[in-house]
Design a protein around this ligand. Structure first.
Ligand code: ADP
Length: 464
């Protein structure tokens, strides 16, 4: 299933939503924590003050004071509205009860058993819909239980405070989230504005305006790096487009020369009445030009095909039979020119690729070796392993290639020795074709000066 939503959200909307969501979670956690802490500390306060009052009551119970007297001085020292008390006899009989205490407060079973053990008991009880916190404390004289003091405080003020805090949180949390979302939106918009600018700048760039570049703001941040990357890509594209333009111009130029020659031959022949022999000679010359044109067209086709990549890149290609076959063809070509083609050491290696294309690449090197080596010379072929790569080496005893031309000669239509090239009929595409085949097989092709001064071409391919 596609991850594309029905409604695509922009990055700044998504960032804002994430930001607001994270803020909401944080604020809710803080609120829950603060609420719990407040409730807990208020409960502690209530319990502590109840114990204090119970202590006072216990002391009062020892004296001769009446309930009224006790209530009176309780009112003096404490907030009387919420102080409620009861005194029981040792048998649990109710002796005294404060006037404000509503009916219904009794000694619970738990309180009774704690009293028997001499311990205080804290309880929260519901007195007619009124929550009250109660402490029950035994009063002992020596070992003897003489009285039980019960003091209560209404939980209403505590509940009110907690409710007010909750109400405040219910306002503050959404407000905080809202402000965070607004801030996040503004921030996201501001920081993503350069992306919008970049995309509109990129929209203005097309094949005709490849020299344009996206503005780099100089902040050195991710967006600047993105702009740099895009600019790098544009530079490479511009370069490639330039190369293609040059290539088309060169190709047109190469096509024009044989066509002009053909036209010249035909025009000159037609200018006067000719004998059969003359017509024949003209036609032979025309045919030569046509053959040159066909060769050129075939080479151009081969180059464009090999640039597109090998047709069956996954097939295993054994280099030994391939090299032997190429050497065989080379030997036949070399016979006319008295150039020997020899096979040196051949390691039993294989690569992945298109056997026909690889044969073409190796054959172009051998053909050049035969073409440019003077009679009596030699072309040597070998295959060696170098780490994870296989090297196909073609070395000759010809004039060799200067280091300055080592890269240039792999470009299309480049010929180093125009006079000789014309004589040999080369189109200047042989090495370009070889290179594009090797590159499509993820390999490299290089040339160096051989020990004997000739050219030493090396095709490096990853081994299968
Ligand atoms: P061409 O069709 O002219 O042979 P290539 O692309 O095959 O085109 O070669 C480009 C140029 O490189 C040739 O014109 C030649 O000047 C030079 N060159 C190629 N191979 C050799 C070699 N083995 N020895 C000397 N020069 C070479």
């Amino acid at each position: 299933m596609s991850r594309r939503r029905l409604l695509p959200l922009s990055i700044h909307t998504r960032l804002t939503l994430w930001y607001a969501g994270a803020m909401l979670v944080i604020l809710v956690l803080i609120s829950a924590g603060s609420y719990t802490l407040l409730a807990w500390s208020m409960a502690q306060d209530v319990d502590r003050s109840l114990l204090t009052v119970a202590d006072v009551m216990r002391d009062a119970a020892r004296g001769p004071d009446t309930v009224e007297a006790t209530e009176r001085w309780l009112r003096e020292i404490l907030d009387p509205d919420h102080r409620l008390f009861q005194l029981y006899g040792p048998d649990g009989d109710l002796r005294v009860k404060s006037s404000r205490l509503p009916a219904g407060l009794v000694l619970s079973a738990a309180a009774r058993s704690n009293v028997a053990l001499g311990r205080a008991t804290f309880e929260t009880v519901d007195l007619n819909g009124h929550w009250v916190r109660v402490v029950t404390v035994p009063v002992r004289r020596g070992e003897r239980l003489i009285e039980v003091v019960q003091v209560g405080a209404s939980l209403k003020p505590t509940a009110q405070t907690l409710r007010r805090w909750l109400e405040a949180l219910l306002v503050l949390v959404p407000l905080g989230v809202g402000l965070a979302a607004a801030g996040g939106y503004i921030m996201a918009r501001k920081s993503l504005r350069p992306v919008d600018e970049m995309s509109s700048a990129a929209r203005r760039i097309d094949a005709e305006a490849l020299a344009r570049r996206i503005a780099v703001r100089g902040t050195g941040d991710e967006l600047d790096r993105l702009a740099d990357t895009l600019n790098g890509m544009l530079a490479r594209l511009e370069n490639t487009f330039g190369e293609m333009r040059r290539f088309s111009a060169d190709a047109a130029h190469e096509l024009r020369s044989p066509l002009t020659a053909l036209k010249g031959t035909l025009e000159v022949t037609l200018r006067a009445d000719r004998s059969g022999v003359e017509y024949r000679a003209a036609l032979v010359s025309a045919l030569e030009e046509v053959e040159r044109l066909i060769r050129l067209a075939e080479d151009l086709l081969l180059l464009s095909r090999s640039t597109a990549g090998p047709e069956s890149p996954r097939a295993r290609v054994d280099l030994e039979p391939l090299v032997l076959e190429v050497a065989d063809i080379g030997t036949r070509l070399g016979k006319d020119r008295s150039v020997a083609v020899r096979v040196g050491p051949i390691a039993p290696l294989a690569v992945l690729g298109d056997v026909g294309a690889l044969r073409r690449a190796a054959l172009n090197l051998v053909e050049n070796g035969v073409k440019y080596t003077p009679p009596g010379g030699r072309v040597d072929l070998s295959v060696v392993a170098d780490g994870a790569d296989a090297l196909v080496v073609v070395e000759d005893t010809g004039p060799g290639i200067d280091a300055a031309d080592a890269t240039r000669i792999f470009e299309a239509f480049v010929r180093l020795d125009a006079a000789r090239a014309r004589e040999t009929g080369g189109s200047g595409l042989g090495l370009a074709i070889a290179r594009s085949i090797v590159v499509a097989h993820r390999g490299t092709i290089t040339v160096a000066r051989a020990a004997g001064g000739g050219a030493r071409f090396t095709i490096r391919l990853p081994r299968a």
